[in-house]
Design a protein around this ligand. Structure first.
Ligand code: SF4
Length: 245
């Protein structure tokens, strides 16, 4: 029996239309941020690759602001992987006591110092695979390091990137994992812009597209945001500011 073609054609057209919409959102996102934030940077303070690696490990589930408060004294006392490798839990712990999960992070940093010293000759490795072998370093941290330090096209998906990408409509609304979001973002963004886009999305999530109360009414990119369209864009008979839901 011949398969009916109508719905397939309609669905195909819909998928095509949706992909076009998404491409358009990416185009507008890039155009806006390239103009208004051409050189975004991490807000973590560091002077060399080792310090950035330590700061990023400390920043998991913690704010950059809090990390920046403890790192000056920490780096003064432990200026290299060898210094960390040679220290004890009781020596390191007080320096990061005010950071979230200080017990685990102390153990991670001690192990990280040891591995950097013994396996990587005291240098921060340059690949995601090698970085992920270090204690306390998952895919997100490894992506941040290769992107910020080595300008590689890696997209680190933290809670801000995850949330903002979904709200803007850059990725599938039912994307469940950071890896899913990472793959979609990487497939749409030009390689050369991936490191910058990472910062654009993080900073937008940190200061405008807040988790609990996004500042939609003052958001400069609401014009191409899916969430805004859905919740605030006027329909023919509605008043301009009526939420639609
Ligand atoms: S319009 Fe609202 S939801 Fe969309 S990016 Fe801006 S703050 Fe986030």
């Amino acid at each position: 029996m011949k398969r009916p073609e109508g719905p397939v054609v309609v669905f195909g057209a819909f998928a095509y239309f949706r992909a076009m919409l998404r491409k358009e959102r990416y185009r507008k996102l890039i155009a806006y941020f390239a103009q208004h934030q051409p050189d975004p940077e991490t807000e973590l303070q560091y002077r060399n690759p080792f310090e950035l690696l330590v700061a990023v490990v400390l920043s998991a589930q913690c704010t950059d602001k809090r990390v920046n408060m403890v790192t000056p004294a920490l780096f003064e006392k432990f200026p290299s992987p060898a210094h960390l490798a040679a220290s004890e839990f009781e020596e390191l712990f007080p320096y990061i006591r005010s950071i979230s999960y200080p017990n685990n992070k102390t153990k991670h940093l001690l192990g990280l110092g040891k591995m950097l010293t013994e396996v990587f000759n005291g240098e921060v490795p340059q690949t995601v695979e090698e970085l992920q072998k270090l204690p306390g370093v998952g895919r997100k941290t490894a992506n941040v390091i290769v992107s910020v330090l080595f300008d590689q096209p890696a997209m680190a998906v933290d809670t801000h990137v995850f949330r903002v990408s979904k709200r803007l409509g850059l990725v599938n609304q039912n994307a469940k994992t950071p890896l899913e979001v990472e793959k979609t973002l990487v497939s749409y963004l030009p390689k050369s812009l991936i490191p910058k886009a990472h910062h654009w999305l993080i900073l937008h999530g940190r200061y405008v597209c807040l988790a609990r109360k996004p500042k939609c009414k003052e958001c400069p990119i609401c014009e191409f945001c899916r969430y805004f369209e859905k919740n605030f864009a006027p329909k023919h008979s509605d008043s301009p500011s009526a939420p639609l839901n």
